[in-house]
Structure formats: structure tokens, C-alpha cells
Design a protein around this ligand. Structure first.
Ligand code: AMP
Length: 355
């Protein structure tokens, strides 16, 4: 168990790190952020900041020596340079490795009985033509690594589009388009003793590949799909010897839950848990990696909607506070670029207030 006053290292300096650092501070810990960008919004609320490249072995070594436990808020951290940190790293590097490669991730999920969208590896135009022939169009070509928020993805509407397409020059995977009734995520926390707790599964709506809203209660199409999806997510966590918060995203379809992807970290679709659950995803992640007992994941709000504040919408976000049930989180990012997650707002109706 990490005693109060101990130092938690966080790889990555974005909003997830910022919210983790706030939760850690509440439990009496200090956070040390490691990120390559000077402009790291997590560093603004942390005790220490190392600004260095992911591959700087000297800086990583000094960082590791200064921390009692190390976690990450960003899954595209290169894994190889983390080897000297492994003894202190939670979740383990294997979770990162699996989630960083869409192909590996899908095979891993299938190996545990999960069902991803039909897919094929694509390394050349010939591979793509064969994949589209086999799986059919429409579909989506995705880079195997480094994609997030809809980046590194190209929709292929018709087979003939594939022939003239210029590939991104990096390994890809082609996925059939899933006809889903709704999208949802399973967010769980697994403690060092293997105990697993789930938050309620919110209904997620994406616009242009970016999460727009997460709502509870979720629609009826999701309800009966949560149990098998939870089973898969728990199997994934067990197989990885996982410690901390793990997110698995699913499509709810007529044939049951289809696995989309996993994130070995706290997740945007769980931000509602800050105000809407007994213990937030951020606090439980900190509890898990520090070896503390896990808190209740029970939903305390009757109805809630988390909405992302994206790009220039942030400039007028304070107006949202005119609604007394709106909880505003701004991440402190300086530039409100188009498509950039700047903050979120969670609107809550307290238990007993609905209906
Ligand atoms: P991803 O980055 O892979 O999670 O994709 C972002 C969003 O794009 C998903 O949440 C879906 O809304 C949509 N999407 C991605 N892959 C598929 C697919 N195979 N079929 C249908 N929609 C998809």
C-alpha cells in the first residue's frame, strides 16, 4: 500500500492526468507528471513535472526513482523505454502493448470469446482490395497504432473506392461497418487482489468519431447486452493481471455486443462518475494502483448526461453554469482548436428527482 504523502507518477499530461491528479491529491498523494509537451494541463495541478521525450532513458530513470507507483493516462506511450519502470508500473505494460495495436487487441478479445467487427490486416493496396472483397463495403480503414478520436480512420463506402486509395504508409486494419442500435462502454476497476467492480454502462453518442455525450440511464437496446460485455471485459482484465480502471467500448447490435476497442485507462465515457457515482473512475484508479480498498461504483444520480465541450464551444462554456445542475470541467487548454476536447459538462438530476 502506498502511504499518504507518497508520489504517483503519471505518464501523459492531458486532461485525464489532470483529473487523476486532483483525485490523488484528495487522497493525500503527490503526483509527478511525465510528458513531452511543455503545455501539459495535468502538470498545472501536480506537484512535479518532468518535460522530456518518451525515449529519454535518463529522464525516465530519474522519474521512476522519484515515484512510488507509476501509471499512465495516455495509451500511445512507447512501451520499450518503459522496461526499467515496469516494477512500479500499474497497469502492467502488457495492457498498453495490447491496446496500442488494433489487430493485437481484436485477436486478444477473440481469444477470450469476444466478438469484434469483421476485420482483416492491411499492409498493402492488394491486402485492402482483398479485405474489402472478403468483408464488404462500407467499412473503415484504421491505422493499427496511434489513432484516437476518429484520427487515423478512413471510411470506404464502395469497393471501387479502395482501388484508388492511397494508404497511410503504416500498418492498418480494415473493419466492416457495424450496424449498431447504440454504443456503450464497460468501465471497470480491478484491485490488486483481483476484485472487480463495474460502473453502470452509459449510452455513448459519437459525432465524427469523437465522443459527444454519455447518458444514463442507457436506452433499452443496451440493457441486456451489458452482462455479456461485462463478462468479456472482466476476462480481459483477469488475463492481463490488470490493476486500475479499464474501459472496453461496444456496439449494441441485434446479434449481441460487438467489441470495438479497449483503453487501459480512465475514459471520457466515465467522466460522469465524478458527480454521478459514489466513487469516480479517477478516485478508484488511484485507490487500485495504491493498494487501497475500492470505493462503491454505484450510480447516485437518477438521470445524467455528460457532454463534451469541443473546440471554440469552450469560449462560452461558463454560460452553462446558469443551469444549477450543470457541473463544468474545463481542462485549462490554451488553444480552442476545432475538434479538440476542451472540457465537459455533466448535468445531473439527483436520485428521487426524476419522474
Ligand atoms: P474508434 O476510434 O475505433 O473507437 O472509432 C470511433 C467511433 O467511430 C466509434 O465509436 C463509432 O461511432 C465509429 N466506428 C468506428 N468503427 C466502426 C465500425 N466498425 N462500425 C461502425 N462504426 C464504427
Amino acid at each position: 500500500m502506498i502511504a499518504p504523502g507518497g508520489t504517483i507518477g503519471i505518464l501523459g499530461g492531458g486532461q485525464l492526468g489532470r483529473m487523476l491528479a486532483v483525485a490523488a491529491a484528495q487522497l493525500g498523494y503527490r503526483c509527478h507528471i511525465y510528458a513531452p509537451d511543455r503545455d501539459s494541463v495535468a502538470a498545472e495541478v501536480a506537484a512535479e513535472f518532468t518535460c522530456a521525450a518518451w525515449t529519454d532513458s535518463v529522464a525516465l530513470g530519474q522519474f521512476a526513482a522519484a515515484c512510488d507507483v507509476i501509471t499512465f493516462e495516455f495509451e500511445n506511450v512507447p512501451v520499450a523505454p518503459l522496461a526499467p519502470l515496469e516494477a512500479k508500473l500499474l497497469p502492467h505494460a502488457r495492457a498498453l502493448e495490447t491496446a496500442q495495436d488494433r489487430l493485437k487487441e481484436k485477436r486478444f478479445c477473440e481469444g477470450l470469446g469476444g466478438k469484434p467487427a469483421p476485420y482483416a490486416a492491411v499492409d498493402s493496396t492488394e491486402d485492402l482490395l482483398r479485405a474489402v472483397e472478403l468483408i464488404g463495403a462500407p467499412g473503415i480503414l484504421k491505422t493499427r497504432a496511434d489513432g484516437y478520436d476518429g484520427k487515423g480512420q478512413w471510411r470506404i463506402d464502395m469497393a471501387r473506392d479502395a482501388a484508388g486509395m492511397r494508404l497511410p504508409g503504416t500498418a492498418c486494419v480494415f473493419e466492416g461497418l457495424v450496424r449498431f442500435a447504440a454504443e456503450f462502454s464497460v468501465i471497470l476497476v480491478r484491485g490488486q487482489d483481483g476484485e472487480v467492480r463495474f460502473w453502470d454502462s452509459a449510452e455513448n453518442v459519437h459525432t465524427g468519431g469523437i465522443l459527444a455525450t454519455s447518458s444514463l440511464p442507457a436506452c433499452a437496446a443496451i440493457g441486456h447486452q451489458v452482462a455479456p460485455a461485462r463478462e468479456l471485459a472482466a476476462n480481459i482484465a483477469d488475463a492481463l493481471g490488470y490493476v486500475g480502471v479499464l474501459t472496453c467500448e461496444f456496439f449494441a447490435t441485434n446479434e449481441g455486443p460487438v467489441f470495438n476497442e479497449m483503453a487501459p485507462r480512465v475514459h471520457n465515457s466515465g467522466h460522469w462518475s465524478i458527480e454521478g457515482a459514489a466513487t469516480s473512475q479517477f478516485e478508484n484508479h488511484i485507490r487500485a494502483i495504491c493498494g487501497l480498498p475500492l470505493g462503491s461504483t454505484e450510480t447516485t444520480a437518477a438521470v445524467l448526461v455528460m457532454e463534451n465541450i469541443i473546440g471554440p464551444a469552450a469560449l462560452t462554456a461558463q454560460d452553462l453554469l446558469a443551469d444549477e445542475n450543470a457541473h463544468l470541467h474545463l481542462y485549462g487548454k490554451r488553444e480552442a482548436r476545432e475538434g479538440r476536447k476542451m472540457g465537459h459538462v455533466t448535468r445531473i438530476a439527483a436520485a428521487g428527482a426524476a419522474g
